[in-house]
Write a protein of this length. Structure first.
Length: 84
């Protein structure tokens, strides 16, 4: 059991060091990139995700602005004109 735990710990350490090395190489590459290149690298995947999941992002946005914009507008509607 002790050997298995040690192997697992070594694997975790290896994974962490691999992750840190890849982040370091990404950071080094970013330093040489222009602002436009870095923006493309990080924003384009995010934009494509928004386009693919447009409804989810709309719901998130609507929930965020609900109290600021929608609730006050809904409060102006008289009770007799509201749907049950």
């Amino acid at each position: 059991d002790d050997e298995e735990e040690e192997e697992e710990e070594e694997e975790e350490v290896d994974e962490q060091s691999d992750h840190n090395q890849s982040r370091q190489s990404d950071n080094e590459a970013d330093e040489g990139d222009t602002l436009a290149a870095r923006c493309d690298k990080y924003m384009l995947p995010w934009i494509s995700c928004i386009q693919e999941h447009r409804n989810v992002y709309s719901l998130i946005s609507n929930e965020f602005y609900q109290k600021d914009y929608v609730d006050p507008l809904e409060d102006t509607i008289p009770d007799e004109r509201r749907y049950p």
